[in-house]
Design a protein around this ligand. Sequence first.
Ligand code: COS
Length: 382
Amino acid sequence: MDIETRTQLKEAVRRFVRERLVPLEKSVEEEDAVPDEVRAEIKRLGLYGLTIPVEYGGLGVDMVTDVEVAFELGWTSPAFRSVMGTNIGIGSQGIVIDGTPEQKKYWLPKLASGEIVGSFALTEPDVGSDAGSIKTRAIKKGDRYIVNGTKRFITNAPYAQVFTLMARTDPKDPGASGVSAFIVRADSKGLRLGKPDAKMGQRGTKTCDVFFEDVEVPAENIIGGREGQGFKTAMKVLDRGRIHISGICVGTAGRLIRESLSYAINRKQFGKPIIDFQLIQAMLADSQTDTNAARALVLETAVRYDRGEKTTLSAAACKYFASEMVGRVADRAVQIHGGAGYMAETPVEHFYRDVRLFRIYEGTSQILQLIVAREMRKEFEN
Ligand code: COS
């Protein structure tokens, strides 16, 4: 993508977010749903295909552009990003990164156009951070696999037409190498959805359980065509996803600072705007400094990703820092707003709840710390 098209894309997303989506935040919060017309507009803007290669009908942006767009998307409620979040991330990247040419040709154009929604089914009732211990089984029978198991907290499952499913194909191997990734149609016989989860925040995003009862999946739907590669595919998808989420955190921090600044300038106490008080200034300055640091880290990691460097350590460090950072910024934003910040009328109230999830999904902060330390040790020992 040339510089001019890239600038136009970022400008278009920026305008769409600030002029169209921000005014809808309150209704999304109240209705717990993104309006259908917004989904259609996101489709028309081409955002479902943001990261899918041009040859498959997407915009094919590089990681740097991806995070720059994320800086814009993060400015508003996470529910809007979630509409196409799985198509541009965990719901398509398994196929983009490791799919066979046939799998890419069949599925990616549909995901890129938004004709279908893709979802990523890794987590289970007993499997969270220990992603290699998956219990869902896929047992080969002739030219198909028979899948049984339950997936939990699956983002966009109620909208999905296709799942990237992680399941154990080798029952004798209890670890990561016994896991394979599959492309599974949502209308497969035996596949059933649970009721939508009630969550602390991120209202308007939909997650639920997905049950597999003797679901038949054609053997050709194994991603990459080989058994035992599914865990690695999932890890590669997450390495990329973590950089994107970090970009979203930076965008949201920017919005929280803007809300805090505006409040601090307009709110008067002791006869003057509260921004005149140095303790308020200190909170604003800390939030801006935190955000600048995260922004620089995210961009640097994205550049490394685009250069083809291994970014397992830096993606983990990036999401660890950016998600913790936006947690601090949201906390200060509520503090600056005082009592008003605790009330549902002010956006900072829902952002405070929304950003809590960034420290958990696509790898908890503790798992990310562990990955950083492990990679450091590996580098030292090699
Ligand atoms: N990219 C490519 N391959 C990777 C990889 C990565 N980022 N990380 C691990 N692998 C490979 C390893 O190289 C290893 O391959 P070999 O067996 O050929 O050596 C294999 O995958 C198993 O790796 P490892 O032994 O490190 O697996 P662990 O079970 O120790 O993995 C962590 C541990 C914690 C890193 C992993 O389970 C994880 O990331 N958990 C968090 C899951 C998560 O983010 N869930 C969120 C829900 S999804 S929205």
